[in-house]
Design a protein around this ligand. Sequence first.
Ligand SMILES: [Zn+2]
Length: 393
Amino acid sequence: MVERRTVNPYVTGSSPVGGAKFLFLMLLFIFNIFYYLFFDEIRLMTKIITSIKIRRPDDCHVHFRDGNILKLIVPYTSKFFGRAIIMPNLIKPIISINQAISYRKRIIRAIPSEHLFTPLMTFYLTDMSETKIIEDGFNQKVFIACKLYLNKVTTNSKYGVSNITNLYPVFSTMERIGMPLLIHGEVTNNNIDIFDREAYFIDQIMEPIRNNFPNLKIVFEHITTKEAVQYILSNNENIVATITPQHLMFNRNHMLVNGIKPHLYCLPILKSNIHRTALREAITTDCKRFFLGTDTAPHTQNKKESACGCAGIFNAPTALAAYATVFNEMNAMENFEAFCSLNGAKFYGLPVNNGFIELKRKKIIFNNKISKDKNNLIPFLLHKNIKWEINVI
Ligand SMILES: [Zn+2]
């Protein structure tokens, strides 16, 4: 008769069979941990978001221009965005309260009746800017912010500031009343390479402003470099930044290799891929200090496709889809709503918008050229698959 030996599986050490079982259980345990971590990583890497509902967003940097083109382009922003910060660099810049009020009326007339949209106006700073107009306009809720361009830095900036210290009394008032300063952060010295303008601006202009006015609220607009990302992350909550879809999606090779693409030409100019990568990584952090500002800036096709082409990308029709594509590629969809709809509102001290929009992933080839008189506007991502259908819900 064979003696049956009973082994208590929970008692180990003395029995060789128990030791083997213990080893087996340990291996199983370790394998389970690796299995979970490995497949969870794969799951995160391949997480495909097919639809997302977010609160109605704000576009914190828009060029609406004026006249016929204004009527044409406003609906592309007002359809999905609840509000937009309107840049003041018209041919005649916005430097008075009355100008801003009448420009706002022209914008409001261009909004289709079914759209719920509010334009928020800005003041154009010059060497001659007076503190009283700015403070009165802010107190009357005409101006939400002031915009700083250095002289001749971009479209319609010939009235821009030539000596920043001229504006220190204005900055002092803005700091006191809590009015944000919006900055196109590029120096315009011809000796400085166009790709280095933003990095130089940080050292030469931004740092002195921040040191003199530490409580001044600043938006570093349309940042394009790793230096700007690091600058935002290493400072406090008084300085934030907007990021455009084109600087997240493209680098300078996309614009310059195999023929120049004038419809990717904008200022600040697209940078190398190191910088694009820094911007893309910035949106994956849960930092509250980056938010949506498209810098949509239309020029007609003849002015873009020219021997001396204008800077600016008309991205309003496809910007939200472009942002969603980048956030999805970076597995950062959990930050998408904050970037589009919450962070900007919080910085400007505004309530979040009522209502929501829904983005659904599907193949959509965007083929809409927009006719203007005898000319066209060529939107960002024309003839490309923009990957997301957007609806107001
Ligand atoms: Zn702009």
